[in-house]
Design a binder for this molecule. Sequence first.
Ligand SMILES: *Cc1c(COP(=O)(O)O)cnc(C)c1O
Length: 415
Amino acid sequence: MIQKIQHLKCVLCGRRFGQDEVMYTCPDCGPFGLLNVIYNYSDIKKNFEKKLSKPPAVNENNIWRYIDILPVAEDSPRTNLRVGMTPYYKPERLAKFLGHEKLFVKDDGQNPTASFKDRASAVGVAKAFELKKEIITCASTGNAASSLAGICASMGLKSYIFVPKTAPIAKIAQLLLFGANVFMVDGNYDQAFDLCMQASEEFGWYNRNTGYNPYLLEGKKTCALEIYEQSKGDMPDYVFVSVGDGCIIGGIYKGFYDLMNLGLIEKAPKLIGVQAEGSNPFVRAFRDNRSRKLVDMTPQTVADSISVGIPRASHQGLNAVYATEGEFIDVTDAEILEALKTLPRYAGVFGEPAGVTSLAGFIKMKKEGRVPENASCAVVITGNGLKDISTAISCVKQAPVIEPTLKAVKAALKI
Ligand SMILES: *Cc1c(COP(=O)(O)O)cnc(C)c1O
């Protein structure tokens, strides 16, 4: 069998490590010295290309189709839930409404626990089994947590989870039903994250935080591999991604990076990172002469999943945009809510506020005339609308309540 992983490489100092040398981040650079997983691309290439030349078998219609280039051994225990291989739609009505023909929607709300995070959790939990860890932990605005809890439930692994007590009720319901041990932190996500880090160190729990554990980003990259396959080689010119910690956009870039290293694509699409105006450290750095340094802030936005003041994957997030000559842009909460209404109405796809922030960014750039007419654009919808019903219901008019008679229907129809 070929050795898939060549080394782990610190994103800050470039130091290389063997897989068994280090569990999380670079010991020289500390918690922000995240490690990138670098593969033996030339060894992997042949088999991988052959596999992609055939459509996925029924039991392979998930992220494990890409096992050749994932940091998990072939025979490691994995979740049997169908993670990944989410639809890549060409929504004609939405395209017409927005006046842009080549528009695609990647609906990641269709993952098992209804968010993009399942891609990372599936790999994280497989890794925990490989390392014979009995307990796994994470901090989360809600989705990483519910995702971890669901994947753990499918495999019988114990989880301890830290969420801000303000997380939407649907996400908390998922956690509890999946049987996770939940701490509702009386603080924001950034504080929940720090607490989780301390607990994981103190008790030796395996740490699933994406902006810390090198393998989680590898799960996230599968979205890019799917876009590559689903666009049938006609790759989008732009990919719009909602950004909080920067792990998703960093992961998607890693997918394109791997595809380039495997010689399957020549260049990556331009990545457009979209943040909420009230939670925009990446946008500020981008505007500050494409600075490589983020300035922390206190976040405030309706899009709870991207309400992050201290982004943990700052380097990978920035690199995704800089390396592809993309952009970071921000949108107001009003623009997010407008996108939240537009997507279901014209495409039949229902996203949570952070899930549609990407679309809000596309709409804004399009209005500003900054998306070339013929450019093909993919918008990643990262979370399902049922995750945050109270926000969704607050942006629509109430339906009329009527007597159970045809007369009442006629009256309501004004016939
Ligand atoms: C986590 C999440 C994001 C942002 O991902 P980051 O890695 O924090 O940038 C966006 N949308 C949804 C629905 C999420 O759950």
